[in-house]
Design a protein around this ligand. Sequence first.
Ligand code: F0G
Length: 468
Amino acid sequence: MSFETHQLRCTVCGDVIAGRAVNSIFRCPHCNGLYDVIYPWSAADVADAASPTGNVPNPAALRYLWQERKTSTLPIDQSGVWRFRELLPIVPDSSVVTLREGNTPLYEMPKCAKLVGIDWLLAKHQGMNPTGSFKDTGMTAALSVAADRGFEWVACASTGNTSAAMAAYAARGGLRSIVFIPEGKIAWGKLSQSMDYGAITIQLKTDFDGCVRILTDLVTRFPIFLLNSVNPYRLEGQKTPVLEILEQLEWQVPEHILVPGGNLANGSALGKGFMEMYYLGFIPRVPKISIIQAEGANPLYRSLEENGGTELIPVKANTRATAIRIGNPASWQKALRALRQTGGWCEQVTEQEIALAKAEIGAEGIGCEPASAVTFAGLKKLVAQGKVQREERVVLLLTGHTLKDSQYTIDYHRGELLTEAESAQATAQERAQHAVLCKPPIVLEPDSDVVLRTLETQMHMQGSVLPV
Ligand code: F0G
């Protein structure tokens, strides 16, 4: 079987090349644009969206086939990415490296829905992937391409989750991996993962954007397959949560999807996924995709505010949501396209708002890492601005597991996370919410009476009493 099943198209100048013809930095030599993976059935552009050409997949037949595969024992069928492989035919089945990623839950969020004043809120928890973040869905795709093309080495610059995922998939696929992370600016859980999975881990004394610069230089000098999200194959895997969400909702389309924005690939991938489903006739419309950034790492938000998105204004990024501490996001143009095609918005949220939203998601019994919590903080703003209506159905993309950054959670509950100035930004209502949610650990002598008295005080504070 030939695997010229796809091509790459520059998102800026439209130049089309064979998949294998791409250069080591995954940028168009004519205009420096990023590529999209396109298939014979892909619409050439939005204008001819209504009439995809080529061998168009049949929605009804595919829905049936994908459902059937759920009972299969084959690894490739058990993967929540490769189960949908007809829509990402980028490698032969024999080259697939999988950890059975995807298959993540779509949780109801009744308490959070009530807090924000809407009827219907769900969370697609991509933190429930094998290495604890959404990166696994993209990594299985791009690393399989690296394996298929015979690369021995793969590398990425990362704020911690990409590197964890890459190290794991490289180890599974028998490839060797190199990780560049900003020194001191990633959560320990993530740093430990790349070491655990056997990557060469290099902490550079710079930020994420500095790591990207060094790596970009490196891959032009050595035969290393770059696994950052400039690699368009990553986005092919990262579009598959769209298919899972639609399946989980029995093919009903929600009104809104909210996603955190860092390097801006994930919102782009979800946009591509929904647009493809629309072109192919699986769904009659697409949801609005909104991208939420931390106020201290808000280049897309700022650019939209200041120049309507005509050019990116890079920023010196700073946020405790270290996963999205990115000032010069590579995929900003793709993300803008997703916002425009779907009619969504870009919002920014403060450190105080992120901390509160994270604690509220935690109190649902779900939990997530700080970067994921920007979605709920952003939802509050969109509701307050009248952009999301009470009866509209909203899905938050929770991108990372709460255990990724347990230090953040501990600092929050000990009251050691926010500065006085940050805390002072909270409204009276937010302050009251923090007070209810904060649950610092209580250290006691091992004395039953002391324990009982303390519990009585605690329960009294929470409006409950000890059963007698
Ligand atoms: N949420 C989490 C938990 C992340 O790790 C990231 C990105 C994002 C959201 C943002 O996604 O970059 O596609 O806009 N983490 C990257 C990394 C940059 O290196 O792990 P994005």
